[in-house]
Design a protein around this ligand. Sequence first.
Ligand SMILES: Nc1ncnc2c1ncn2[C@@H]1O[C@H](COP(=O)(O)OP(=O)(O)O)[C@@H](O)[C@H]1O
Ligand SMILES: CC(=O)N[C@@H](CCC(=O)OP(=O)(O)O)C(=O)O
Length: 282
Amino acid sequence: MNRVRGGAVVVKFGGNAMVDASLKRAFARDVVELWRTGLRPVVVHGGGPQISAMLDLLGLESRFEAGLRVTTPETMDVVRMVLSGRVQRELVGHINEHGPFAVGMTGEDAHTMTAVRRPARVDGRPVDIGLVGDVVDVNPGVVRTLLEEGHIPVVSPVARGEDGQVYNVNADLAASALAVALGAERLVMLTDVEGLYANWPHSTEVIEHLTADALDGMLPGLASGMLPKMEGCLRAVRGGVRKAHVLDGRVPHAVLRGLLGETSPGTTVVPGSSPDHCGSTV
Ligand SMILES: Nc1ncnc2c1ncn2[C@@H]1O[C@H](COP(=O)(O)OP(=O)(O)O)[C@@H](O)[C@H]1O
Ligand SMILES: CC(=O)N[C@@H](CCC(=O)OP(=O)(O)O)C(=O)O
């Protein structure tokens, strides 16, 4: 059942999936359980709602274009503070309740992730979304060393540009880039819906299996939220990750069920155009 044993798995924990304290604790337990089965989990966390709440508290505007936060230098300070100073610290704390596993870092550390400014288009027109980065290079050395030392890296989606600027990276895309660079067996995106819904918001029928080629054709029609997630899944499987999953992080033990169960709930994306390998978890 478990051919992923021993391999790296990148688990993206979305800000919307971590709204309640018991879910964060359950997630931490699951990640440690994965580690105990022999897998090597790497956590990339989000925190969009938490950033928006802090911006609100500070009287600053939250605005999204094409699913990405419009990031001014002032916003960037808050993004960094909330992601690395708060969300990441909380997750590291929860995981470390089980032992000396988690080490927090950001994509900036040791030049792990290098980003360039990401252009955005809305209705075909270019829009300025500020300091939003797209990861163009990943140096997974520090993450690998942590894994080899038996640690669980917890990575904030912030990257450094070659220009020395710090960029805000969508966490789904950061997780995907890291999964590719690590040669991870799996990428798992935990969110607050059951998977990718067909014809959302009119239906909640989950698309269980998707090939990369089918997903590629669907991307332009996807709405905010799911767009970076599915783009991340597509980049991952096209970059060598065997499977990418979108799972409901509100369900206890979603990660364990998704990776170790006989069949995966949620949406599973596989490379190519043949759905042959979609069904099982191995
Ligand atoms: N086709 C779709 N299927 C499911 N959810 C969708 C779809 N299109 C947009 N969404 C929205 O995407 C959201 C998940 O993305 P997001 O809010 O960014 O979560 P996270 O914080 O986990 O990254 C869902 O709650 C839903 O509102
Ligand atoms: C550029 C961009 O949009 N960055 C995101 C980073 C956090 C994130 O992606 O968090 P979720 O996974 O919880 O949405 C933001 O500022 O909200």
